[in-house]
Design a binder for this molecule. Structure first.
Ligand SMILES: [Fe+2]
Length: 389
């Protein structure tokens, strides 16, 4: 059964099936389940007006919920539905378009641009502007969301400045180790970061089941010969591996690896596949730290396949096709989405000058929280929300 209506300057056709309706405008067809529509009624009875929180208890929707009548109100730009449970709902067409789940692309991260070594340069922003200008802060957060990396230039080379910066844009993620971690050459230091050796691209703290998703690395001083920063878009590498060698990709999604980071007082360990997907099949966490992986303890028949896949992946990560290598300068504050982008450095000569970094961890969710608020998109109410039709 179809009905034709004219909405705005184009014609929208409503179709009804057993459990969903369709809205067809030109070549585009959107489908919405009746139960989804009923669940997302925005009237005052179904929502808390000021917050949009759901008052309707979803389980109370009748199993056989269906429209008795459905029509387009072209003047209001709304879809109006009389329901079999006696309720009347009105849906803003723009809001329906934004929330059209029948046309979203699987496996594509929204707002993300993958890059290989071809990214011309890391997006840069001035420290004072990011801290004082909400427009620049938004641009910085958008760049971080899109590329997984951004640099804040001319950050004051003051002890603890990275923590102060973190607190201006979100919250520090505490771990078992220092809240502010110092990285400098120290022959007695605990890990490879404190040597002058090359550090292959890696993500920090894979020894947590939810590793920190943001890392801030503040270069207070960087005057050595060598020590160039290396960045790799891990999601770009995995996207190519998935396309060219899906069996290897699946192996990395399946075989668990245990990572450990310890000190005199702490011992953190997590066991998880190197690649974790979200429910849409997109990469959610890329956990790569060759230096912190414990001996593989997997079913015998998986070990050969794992090493084949892992070494293929490692060669990609370490190749010029994916590595971006550049020199950071004193005052640079590198921000990395560390479930996505791997960081490392080339070896340096510790006698050639001073090199001192301070880093803290944060959570990507908190930065997107800030971006949503600055963008004014944090209130989910549709334009006609909160009004009973
Ligand atoms: Fe690191």
């Amino acid at each position: 059964m179809t009905q034709q209506h004219t909405a705005a300057d184009h014609q929208t056709v409503i179709g009804r099936a057993d459990r969903h309706l369709t809205l067809t405008t030109g070549q585009r067809e959107s489908r919405f389940h009746y139960v989804w529509l009923r669940d997302n009624c925005w009237c005052d009875d179904c929502r808390v007006t000021q917050s949009g929180e759901r008052r309707l208890f979803t389980a109370d929707i009748p199993d056989d919920i269906a429209p008795v009548d459905v029509r387009l109100d072209a003047n209001q730009g709304a879809l109006r539905v009389d329901w079999s449970d006696g309720h009347l709902s009105s849906y803003d067409l723009t809001w329906l378009d934004v929330h059209d789940y029948s046309n979203h692309e699987d496996r594509v991260h929204p707002h993300v641009t993958l890059w290989a070594s071809t990214l011309p340069s890391v997006p840069r922003f001035e420290h004072d502007d990011v801290v004082t200008d909400s427009g620049v802060q938004m641009a910085y957060l958008q760049a971080l969301r899109e590329y997984g990396v951004a640099i804040v230039s001319h950050t004051p080379s003051v002890d603890g400045e990275v923590e102060r910066f973190a607190e201006t844009i979100g919250h520090v993620r505490e771990t078992a180790f220092e809240r502010v971690h110092n990285v400098r050459h120290d022959p007695k230091g605990y890990n490879v970061a404190h040597t002058p050796l090359e550090l292959k691209p890696h993500s920090d703290l894979p020894s947590y089941h939810w590793p920190p998703s943001i890392q801030l690395l503040h270069f207070l001083v960087n005057e050595t010969t060598g020590g160039e920063t290396v960045l790799v878009d891990g999601w770009a590498v995995l996207s190519d591996l998935r396309r060219d060698n899906p069996a290897a990709f699946d192996t990395l999604c399946r075989v668990p690896v245990t990572f450990q980071l310890f000190s005199e007082d702490e011992d953190t360990r997590a066991t998880a596949p190197i690649v974790q997907l979200d429910t849409a099949g997109r990469v959610q966490i890329f956990r790569f730290s060759n230096q912190l992986a414990l001996p593989l303890d997997a079913p015998f028949d998986d070990v050969g396949d794992f090493y084949d896949a892992y070494r293929t992946l490692g060669r990609m990560i370490d190749s010029d096709q994916y590595r971006m290598v550049f020199k950071t300068t004193s005052g640079d504050l590198l921000t990395v989405h560390s479930h996505r982008v791997l960081h490392g450095r080339l070896s340096f000569d510790p006698t050639s000058g001073a090199r001192h970094l301070q880093d803290v961890y944060m959570e990507f969710d908190d930065l997107m929280d800030r971006l949503n608020v600055l963008s004014g998109t944090h209130k989910p109410l549709p334009s006609n929300g909160g009004t009973t039709p």
